[in-house]
Design a binder for this molecule. Structure first.
Ligand SMILES: Nc1ncnc2c1ncn2[C@@H]1O[C@H](COP(=O)(O)OP(=O)(O)OP(=O)(O)O)[C@@H](O)[C@H]1O
Length: 292
């Protein structure tokens, strides 16, 4: 399943039946005005309960397509996504998504607290419990004082904290994050990365985190999956064997961090041309096990 053949980073098996989230032979082809775009060719991997897995890949690799299928927002052309043993056919109740575009994901006419409370109302959480969850979530992201503010009164980084608070208040089993920090400044980004890891460890959620940023993937993840250029397959799947306690300066200057970053970087470079080079060869290797 993996293109990892160097001695250092550890390759892991994927697509196991015991995973909380299983992506099995996923395919997605878009049909638009007579044009056919094969976005995802064959994706098979599994995410274990409580795991924090990062996904990287070249632009246009199909990361968003994958996440939309996982979140039940898009119907696959083939294969399936299975969550807790059940096929995902619509947005699952126990999943929350944080998108990059925080500006568009929060309702400007609702206060911060009301934004966080809205999905809880839809989930029919009793009023008293809703209040507790909103307060706890705001406290967790360091925004206890901003409950009554409106999103447009907050900085970009604060708005993204609200989006994270809304996701965790929902108490999802799986948290999907689609390039959530791409639009914030470097300092805020580092803080939000640490917040993500802290919340993940404390709340024991399963997190699937998509990013363009290889360093971010290695810093955050327990595991990094590299997708090829579209039509997409999983090219590489590497365990990030850094200590669980991560710290921006110390972790990033760890020689092991540099090795892992170099490995993932080389895989992403390979991913960019994978299909061009692969066309001449029969379909095999990374991604095998799907239905092609
Ligand atoms: N609605 C659509 N109709 C037709 N083609 C689409 C549609 N959405 C995505 N695609 C195509 O599918 C491929 C994968 O797109 P996708 O947005 O999933 O990639 P991505 O890895 O998320 O990209 P980026 O990193 O640039 O955000 C691209 O070739 C894209 O043009």
């Amino acid at each position: 399943m993996t293109g990892t053949d160097i001695a250092s980073p550890t390759a892991v098996g994927t697509g196991s039946g015991s995973a909380l989230l299983d992506v099995r032979g996923l395919r997605k082809t878009y049909q638009t005005s007579g044009r056919t775009v094969e976005a995802v060719r064959d994706l098979t991997f599994g995410i274990a309960a409580g795991e924090l897995a990062c996904i990287v890949g070249p632009s246009g690799a199909g990361k968003t397509t994958l996440l939309k299928c996982v979140a039940g927002l898009l119907t696959p052309s083939g294969g399936e996504v299975v969550l807790e043993g059940r096929p995902v056919l619509r947005p699952p109740e126990n999943m929350a998504v944080v998108f990059q575009e925080y500006g568009r994901s929060l309702f400007p006419w609702l206060s911060v607290a009301q934004n966080i409370e809205l999905p809880l109302k839809q989930k029919k959480v009793p009023k008293r419990r809703r209040g507790e969850l909103v307060a706890e979530a705001l406290e967790s992201v360091g925004l206890a004082d901003a409950a009554g503010a409106y999103p447009w009164q907050l900085s970009g980084g604060m708005q993204q904290r609200v989006a994270i608070a809304r996701a965790i208040a929902y108490e999802p089993a799986v948290l999907i994050m689609d390039e959530p920090f791409a639009a914030v400044d470097a300092q805020t980004r580092a803080e939000l990365e640490d917040l993500t890891r802290e919340l993940w460890r404390r709340l024991r959620m399963t997190v699937l985190f998509v990013t363009h940023d290889i360093e971010e993937a290695v810093y955050l993840g327990q595991r990094v999956l590299v997708l090829s250029a579209a039509p997409t397959v999983v090219m590489d799947d590497t365990v990030i064997d850094l200590p669980a306690e991560r710290e921006q300066l110390a972790t990033r200057s760890d020689p092991r961090f540099a090795e892992l970053r170099a490995h993932v970087y080389s895989q992403v470079q390979r991913a960019k041309t994978y299909h061009r080079a692969d066309r001449a060869r029969p379909a095999a290797g990374p991604g095998e096990g799907g239905d092609g």
